[in-house]
Design a protein around this ligand. Structure first.
Ligand SMILES: Cc1ncc(C[n+]2csc(CCOP(=O)(O)OP(=O)(O)O)c2C)c(N)n1
Ligand SMILES: [Mg+2]
Length: 402
């Protein structure tokens, strides 16, 4: 792994983010924040116009990405976006309590998720539906969380994908501990080693938990990839309010490499994450990746972004759409024709229709479900509370009230 000194780190005040720090209120309102470019430091392999850029450093991590594999990544992103839009619509129809859209972040999630190997572990926050998909978690499992019928019932060990965490930044500590365990148990050190990846947002970098996770992972050389999706906003707070310098540069202060990747470029996200995971599985972790991307929809369905940002910012980012650049690249290269694109869209529509059907008919969990899976072993105290609760509910039936 290159030493931190080998990474270029502009002095404070020189980097694009530093120059853009603290826009005036008028600039924010006018939508003039400099969010549209990741700056010179950004690693990009596929431009928004669909042009492939050769990278001596990272191309060697994606030798297998031939046109067929690229079509696979395109299909992943189209399916995930379609499912995300369907879930958003179902919340509007009262079928889900809330939805957390990932629109715009498909490349960051599919690229990094597809970089993982079966033995790796991923710790998501709450927006990582695309990563869940790449880990083989059924999208239907996610809907239960947002319909409030469960807390995420998938087998996280089997999928290498932990439950969602709503508490901002907390999963970073969990992941640091998990990765330290991988290190202590001798599961790192060669090609077959294990690694962990943890997802968090730009706003989360202001949380103490993230700082502590950086410190622990660093001093224990934990095999942990910190994957920060900088989608420019923490609800209504712009990234400039979280940091005086580009987020990836923070890694230097903790003693490990940090890199900024174009988060709307699925190839770059795949290559850079593979590189970072390889470093980790060989015992050279941790690594921080800042995926420079954009949240194209609201924070959640409870949020109204028109209150704090203007549409011109979104319009700029539409030109950098993560799916469109792959479509253009495939089409121009003659690697996919319109019939193929139509077929993927039809597949995505069927995927969404299936989700919809499932969601509308999702069984309500029985009332004692809340007591299940709390502890690994049976708990007499919890069992008695469950029995008490069930007899309390039965009382209503006896009294003819239910
Ligand atoms: C500890 C904690 N504080 C506050 C919140 C409320 N909250 C939910 S999301 C959010 C913003 C997070 O922004 P960011 O880390 O950039 O992630 P994004 O939602 O943009 O993916 C906040 C403050 C919370 N869930 N947990
Ligand atoms: Mg954010």
């Amino acid at each position: 792994m290159p030493s931190p000194e080998q990474w270029t780190h502009p002095e404070p005040g020189e980097g694009p983010a530093a120059q853009a720090a603290q826009p005036s209120r008028e600039q924010v309102i006018a939508g003039l924040r400099n969010t549209d470019a990741g700056g010179a430091e950004v690693t990009q392999l596929l431009t928004p116009e669909g042009e492939r850029i050769a990278s001596p450093q990272f191309d060697r991590y994606i030798p297998d990405i031939d046109p067929e594999a690229l079509r696979g990544l395109y299909r992943d992103m189209v399916l995930v976006r379609r499912a995300d839009r369907e879930a958003n619509a179902m919340q509007r129809q009262g079928q889900l309590g809330i939805w957390v859209p990932l629109l715009g972040q498909e490349a960051a999630q599919v690229g990094s998720g597809r970089a993982l190997r079966p033995q790796d572990m991923a710790f998501p926050s709450y927006r990582e539906h695309g990563v869940a998909y790449t880990r083989g978690v059924d999208f239907k499992e996610l809907l239960g969380i947002f319909r409030c019928t469960d807390h995420g019932g998938w087998d996280f060990k089997a999928h290498g994908f932990h439950p969602y965490t709503i508490v901002i930044g907390n999963q970073v500590l969990n992941a640091a501990g998990y990765a330290m365990g991988q290190k202590f148990e001798g599961k790192v050190g060669d090609d077959e080693g294990e690694a962990t990846i943890v997802y968090f947002g730009d706003g989360a970098t202001s949380q103490g938990d993230v700082h502590e996770g950086f410190v622990w992972a660093s001093v224990y050389d934990a095999p942990l990839v910190f994957f920060c999706q900088n989608n420019q906003w923490a609800i209504s707070e712009p990234t400039e309010r979280q940091s005086r310098l580009p987020l990836y540069q923070r890694a230097r202060g903790y003693g490990f490499p940090g890199i900024r990747v174009d988060g709307n470029d699925v190839l770059a996200c795949l290559a850079v994450t593979r590189w970072a995971l390889e470093e980790c599985r060989h015992g050279n972790g941790p690594v921080l990746i800042e995926a420079f991307t954009y949240r194209m929809d609201a924070h959640t369905t409870t949020d109204d972004p028109t209150r704090y940002r203007l549409s011109d910012e979104l319009e700029v980012w539409k030109h950098k759409d993560p799916i469109e650049r792959v479509r253009v690249h495939l089409a121009r290269g003659g690697h996919a024709d319109q019939a193929w694109f139509d077929q993927v869209q039809a597949e995505a529509d069927a995927f969404a229709a299936d989700l919809r059907e499932f969601c509308f008919n999702m069984p309500e969990p029985p009332p004692d479900r809340v007591f299940a899976n709390v502890y690994a072993d049976p708990s007499p105290v919890l069992d008695s509370q469950r029995d008490e609760y069930l007899s309390y509910l039965a009382g209503f039936v006896e009294a003819g009230e239910r």
